[in-house]
Write a protein that binds this ligand. Sequence first.
Ligand SMILES: NC(=O)c1ccc[n+]([C@@H]2O[C@H](COP(=O)([O-])OP(=O)(O)OC[C@H]3O[C@@H](n4cnc5c(N)ncnc54)[C@H](OP(=O)(O)O)[C@@H]3O)[C@@H](O)[C@H]2O)c1
Length: 274
Amino acid sequence: MGIKKTVSVLGLGRMGSALANALVGEGYEVTVWNRSGDKPTPAGTKRAATPQEAFKSDVVVTCLSTYDVQQPLLTNEIKTLVNLTSGTPEQARATAQWAKANGVEYVDGVIMAVPQQIGTASARILFSGNENHHVLQAFGEPVHLGEDAGLAALYDLALLGVMWSVFGGYLQALALVGSAGIAPGKFTPLATDWLATVTTFLPEMGAVTQSRNYETDVSALDINVSGLRLLTEANREQGLDTTVPQALHDLFERAQSNGHGAHSIASVIEEIRK
Ligand SMILES: NC(=O)c1ccc[n+]([C@@H]2O[C@H](COP(=O)([O-])OP(=O)(O)OC[C@H]3O[C@@H](n4cnc5c(N)ncnc54)[C@H](OP(=O)(O)O)[C@@H]3O)[C@@H](O)[C@H]2O)c1
């Protein structure tokens, strides 16, 4: 068996601490650095006083709040950078370019999990660019997406966008049924069943956005625009905020007025792509 690489983790927030713990659990020699001293040092790790001290490790894992706070810390003293800080695809590509120009081996990853899942098979770690996944296996199941370093961030934000849309719709629904005194516990089982049905439509919808043949015998955009108008009105009647249903209504209605009224909901993508 080869000697395990030494690893540093920059950032001891909720996620960074979980990453450091997982690395210790896998038998790595782990150094940690955090801007402020108030975060506890994970058991079994060594605390570095400066990022430079942490850069002596074979691999440096960054998990800071944003690229803006991360970028000023990075130097060419780093040998291999495993960047797990969330950002945009362009930020990831720029960091990959910076790494190339500075002789730093670079892996760009995103964590599709919460800290409590780190170190279990349920934590999916999407990564792109360099195919060598180094220490990612310690955190969960690494999935390589392709050579473009921006892909991990792209998938991350696309998937989170689906999640936030569901959460936004769910919270709006809770407020709406709550206006009639209905408790979340009563409504949620119906919502989760309904979501399971809704997700069965996604593969077909995805295929249609590629073929761009929006003929439908299921449900025309016209009827969905009417439905969104009713949803917005019902929320307004109850004195609730209408930002989410109104935004969806306006988007769908634009597609309708651009000739897609008789088409399937998938045709709304033509409006989004503009
Ligand atoms: N938590 C999750 O469920 C989750 C899931 C997937 C991905 N992520 C990603 O993981 C990253 C970290 O998230 P988190 O939940 O661990 O956040 P967090 O608990 O808020 O921790 C933020 C970390 O960033 C550091 N930081 C903030 N501003 C800084 C600055 N100006 N200079 C140096 N360090 C600075 C903080 O240091 P101080 O202690 O000094 O403030 C802390 O170590 C984010 O990019 C997030 O999107 C998180």
